[in-house]
Design a protein around this ligand. Structure first.
Ligand code: ADP
Length: 448
């Protein structure tokens, strides 16, 4: 195992994992910090203690990179630090050579953290005297110039992120943003330095260290900039970034002889069985995807949160309906337009409505898999978390990308593998990803 990644949310973890696979690293994502130390000694049998995380009844997964998916983006900083350090210890025990703290490409955080506090805690634990912070993801329009983050053509502070309900980003100057949540001094590696190559970046990092600056926001406007940064930072114990920086790492590891890039890194075991889509996201992108499916006259079942609140057996009805559709891929959705969502939320309460819908979709997921569905597309970050948990999935092997940031994955983990006749493939999509045809593209990408 070469690279250990600590990701601050679930779909962000899948995003960075997808990037690593694309560049030839065999990558596994584990969900939460496994509570049993992985086996690192060759060959020895490892018996987990009673009540252990089911993923770790055996040795650590055979992979070049392991991504630990946490949910620490918006929890209190002290908790985010504690969980991130637990993930670090686990990855260290699994033998990682370099650590990568992955956050959002829009640097989602509050003035209290969590990017700064987690970065500093990881640096302290790793004995690192310097690291970079680079959320740039040019392929998705996230670029950094002179320390300022752009979303497409707009400064971060002029973009929709200004109004984010949990982490409003009102300052595009990332040096200032990170400094506000750090005790260490924060500096900048400018684009003109990066344009001169990896040696210039190293020289700049050395100069910053002499000024007692130990975290540097790094400019990047292209994938080449990210590759230069990756080359310059290959010896740092800790990297902190969005998913973009990961694209440059496999080539560096290969140069060092640590990695033989595997052209079949994205290969998953073949599967058979039915396909289904579950949608609990109400984003604009997902609304368009659901609409496209229904417009095409394909089988679709609407989950009504009011019926759930009345205690009606909505999941049972959905499952009976799905069985009656035969082999045709089905869509079960709670997805609602912004207006409808607002009305339901004001009637039932947003948290209550969300919890009812998540529990129902999770129950439907179990029922579908129980009746032979082996290819399941799930739309929505929270919804994906609920579904994965209900299915007892503790790790995901990452396959080929359907669109940027959304790969097919293969469910792993001792909880259900033995009972299934064929592997279970999952595509977990965070709300805003994918074009209107995403559901169909996903199903065609992995036709049984
Ligand atoms: P996204 O990735 O788009 O944010 P999530 O799954 O993370 O999607 O969040 C969507 C939330 O909205 C979930 O908690 C889900 O249960 C809830 N939800 C979905 N449909 C409805 C609906 N019709 N009424 C109320 N809440 C809903």
């Amino acid at each position: 195992m070469i690279l250990g990644v600590i990701a601050d949310d679930f779909t962000g973890a899948t995003d960075v994992a997808s990037m690593l696979v694309r560049a030839g690293m065999r990558t596994v994502q584990v969900i939460g910090v496994p509570n049993v130390a992985p086996k690192t000694q060759r060959g020895a049998l490892h018996l987990p203690p009673e009540g252990a995380h089911p993923a770790w009844g055996g040795p650590a997964p055979d992979a070049d990179a392991i991504v630990v998916a946490l949910k620490t983006r918006t929890i209190p900083a002290a908790e985010a630090v504690r969980e991130s350090l637990a993930a670090l210890r686990w990855l260290q025990a699994a033998g990682m050579r370099q650590c990568y703290f992955k956050y959002c490409s829009t640097f989602d955080s509050t003035p209290a953290g969590n990017i700064g506090p987690v970065t500093e805690a990881l640096m302290n634990a790793l004995g690192a005297d310097f690291t970079i912070a680079c959320p740039a993801f040019p392929e998705n329009g996230r670029t950094i110039f002179r320390g300022h983050l752009f979303v497409g053509d707009e400064l971060l502070s002029d973009s929709g992120m200004r109004q984010h309900p949990l982490t409003p980003m009102t300052d595009a100057n990332l040096v200032r943003v990170l400094q506000a949540q750090s005790t260490r001094k924060v500096g900048l590696i400018r684009h003109d330095t990066i344009a001169q190559g990896a040696n210039s970046v190293r020289a700049r990092a050395a100069a910053l260290r002499r000024e007692d600056i130990s975290i540097a926001i790094a400019d990047a406007t292209t994938n080449d900039d990210l590759r230069t940064l990756a080359a310059a930072c290959a010896d740092l114990p800790l990297l902190t970034a969005g998913s973009g920086l990961a694209l440059g790492l496999p080539a560096i590891y290969a140069e060092r002889g640590w990695l033989v890039p595997d052209t079949r890194a994205a290969a998953l075991d073949a599967t058979t069985g039915r396909a289904a889509v579950l949608s609990g996201s109400c984003s604009l992108a997902t609304n368009a995807q659901v609409q496209r499916w229904r417009d095409a006259g394909r089988p679709a079942f609407a989950v009504d949160p009011r019926a759930l609140a009345r205690g009606e057996p909505v999941a049972d009805r959905a499952l009976a309906w799905a069985r009656a559709q035969g082999d045709a891929p089905v869509l079960v959705f709670a997805t609602a337009s912004p207006n409808d969502l607002q009305t339901v939320q004001s009637e039932l309460g947003a948290t209550q409505a969300g919890a009812l819908v998540e529990a129902c979709l999770a129950q439907i997921a179990r029922g579908l898999v129980g009746s032979g569905v082996r290819r399941l597309v799930v739309a929505g970050g929270e919804t994906s978390g609920a579904v994965v948990q209900a299915l007892g999935v503790t790790q995901l092997r990452i396959g080929a990308a359907i669109c940027t940031g959304v790969p097919w994955t293969q469910a792993e983990g001792a909880l259900f593998n033995p009972s299934l006749d064929a592997p279970l493939h999952l595509a977990l999509k965070s709300g805003n990803f994918g074009g209107p045809d995403f559901f169909d593209e996903a199903l065609r990408a992995i036709a049984a």
